[in-house]
Design a protein around this ligand. Structure first.
Ligand code: MC0
Length: 145
């Protein structure tokens, strides 16, 4: 079901400081910046690896700054501080994967795909049913080059 690790989402207090750190320390490049009001985040995607076949997409570090303390990332930061917030896996078909996963008894946060970064369709699975890992399904397209 998983095609690749699409991205690792990292919660941070200050997006610009975190971007500067990843650029200067690891030589990564920002390929996309977005504000996603629905998800309550300001975010930047930094490319780690190119995809193979175009349809598969690449892999990224996603830096996430909350738009307010009441958002998912805002609450996470207050409770746990900065660090890994979620893992996003590439799938060919989010809706199909959701149905398959729900049938196995895993709680879905999103019953239908929502808008994710860089035009992707995304859906989250509840961390309590995935060993404490907030898990995201990501169906590309990625058009970052
Ligand atoms: C909360 N919990 C987590 C967690 N966030 N566990 C692992 N990883 C996380 N990121 C745990 C808490 O510690 C708590 O456990 C329990 O889940 C309930 O948390 P809460 O603080 O009371 O918060 P809730 O229940 O209101 O919300 C948690 C939930 C929420 C995961 C359902 O954050 C959510 O719906 N997340 C999905 C959307 C999201 O994260 N969007 C931001 C990224 P205890 O043991 O203390 O009860 S958007 C994004 O990334 C987009 C732009 C993209 O990729 O394209």
């Amino acid at each position: 079901m998983f095609l690749r690790i699409d991205h690792v989402g990292i919660a941070c207090h200050n997006l610009e400081e975190s971007v500067a750190f990843y650029e200067s320390t690891f030589g990564l490049t920002v390929v996309s910046r977005e504000v996603n009001e629905e998800q309550g985040v300001r975010e930047a995607m930094l490319r780690v690896a190119d995809g193979g076949p175009a349809a598969l997409g690449g892999s990224y570090i996603q830096l996430l700054e909350p738009l307010s303390p009441e958002t998912a990332v805002g609450k996470f930061l207050a409770k746990r501080g900065e660090g890994v917030h979620h893992v996003g896996y590439g799938v060919a078909d989010v809706a199909g994967a959701l149905a398959e996963i729900e049938a196995k008894g895993v709680r879905l946060i999103d019953r239908r795909p929502r808008h994710g970064s860089m035009g992707a369709s995304i859906a989250f699975l509840h961390p309590k049913d995935v060993g404490g890992v907030l898990t995201e399904l990501v169906e590309a397209p990625r058009h970052d080059s």
